[in-house]
Design a protein around this ligand. Structure first.
Ligand code: PLP
Length: 365
């Protein structure tokens, strides 16, 4: 399957997903769509490990942040957000923009939010109604210990709102067992689909909480989406081709089995980290929380990242990413989520090694 496209999203599209997008349009209020949509939502429920609701919108991951706040947090209500990278920071900005009273729990980028830190944060801010967490911080390659964090939030009584954009369908994620109230992800990551669909899973506590939320909303109303989904429908025109893609991807995940998918991500994650360290490169993230969907590392001698991104593409056709925010030129990132296997990682690492050795030969001349 070898792909040279190793961005941490969007990710390579497997042939069944590409083929599914060739399907002709059908009436989205017709009988065929109703059974297709119900079946798709059932698959997504199984992959999220939930008996609750899974609902879909046209949109990217960022829309999920807005959907969470719009449906749950009244103007001025206090929320606590764990920020350990660029996406946590953006989530905090969105919540602030939409009127939440945002309290931040910041940790240095590259580190994880630990249960102890969260417990302290909740002691300092006992009035918060929700805690916003990034499961996998794509900008730093850190996976926060979500199960343990959710348990701390649950004992406090606040809602658990999770950005699972770069973890869902790649890393273990147990919506019901871990007591997650709202989980958002985007089609272009481990779901192996083109960008364009935001996927939301919600539990029972969500429905109780959203009933007391007075924010105006039309497009992002979860209650409307649930009512429509009960009839196998969507409130507005669904992004049909991307839903076909998502259906094909969900079938692939189920036929491989979710546990095997998680194991494959663990294998490619280890292979990437070992390979980089064998090349003498320094990993960026706290390795106790290393992500199995994206790895961040420093360029040799902590030099500039951007020229390496360009060179490995120009010389070998391999796409990797630089950093984000203040780390834009300081770190490199290799995405390994979705449709990826060990050979893909080996090919990427080989190209990177050749590029780096050429650069070091040139600079020593
Ligand atoms: N959250 C995380 C963890 C992400 O990795 C991303 C995108 O990479 C987003 C949110 C934002 O998603 P999008 O760019 O699809 O709006």
């Amino acid at each position: 399957m070898q792909s040279l496209f190793r961005l941490p999203g969007p990710t390579p599209l497997p042939p069944p997903v590409l083929a599914a997008m060739q399907r002709p349009m059908i009436p989205h209020r017709g009988i065929e769509f109703r059974s297709f949509y119900r079946d798709l939502l059932d698959r997504l429920r199984r992959i999220h490990r939930t008996d609750g609701d899974v609902l879909l919108w046209p949109g990217s991951g960022s829309a999920g942040w807005e959907i969470a706040i719009a449906n749950l947090i009244n103007q001025g209500e206090p929320v606590l957000i764990g920020v350990c990278g660029d996406f946590g920071d953006r989530f905090a900005r969105v919540a602030t923009l939409l009127g939440a009273n945002v309290r931040r729990l910041d940790v240095p980028w590259g580190r994880a939010i630990t249960p102890e830190m969260l417990r302290d944060g909740l002691e300092q801010h006992p009035d918060v109604v929700a805690v916003l967490l990034t499961h996998n911080e794509t900008s730093t390659g850190v996976t926060n210990p979500l199960k343990e964090l959710a348990s701390v939030v649950r004992s406090h009584g606040a809602l658990v709102i999770v950005d699972a954009v770069s973890s869902a369908a790649g890393l273990p994620l147990e919506v019901d067992e871990w007591g997650l109230d709202f989980v958002l992800s985007g089609s272009q990551k481990a779901w192996m689909c083109p960008p364009g669909v935001v996927i939301i899973a919600v539990g029972e506590r969500f429905w109780a909480a959203q009933g007391r939320c007075t924010n105006s909303k039309y497009f992002w109303s979860l209650a409307d989406a649930r009512d429509a989904a009960l009839n196998g429908s969507t409130p507005t025109t669904p992004p049909l081709s991307t839903l076909y893609a998502l259906d094909a991807a969900a079938r692939m995940i189920e036929s491989e089995s979710l546990e095997e998918v998680w194991q494959r991500h663990q294998d490619v994650g280890s292979r990437t980290r070992d390979g980089l360290e064998n090349m003498g490169l320094e990993l960026f993230a706290d390795q106790a929380y290393a992500s199995n969907t994206v790895t961040a590392f420093y360029p040799p001698s902590r030099g500039s990242a951007k020229p390496i991104v360009d060179a490995v593409y120009q010389e070998h056709g391999v796409t990797i990413a630089g950093g984000q925010g203040h780390l834009a030129d300081a770190i490199l990132r290799i995405g390994h989520m979705g449709w990826v296997n060990l050979e893909d990682i080996d090919a990427c690492l080989e190209a990177l090694a050749l590029t780096l050795s050429k650069r070091s030969n040139c600079s020593s001349m």
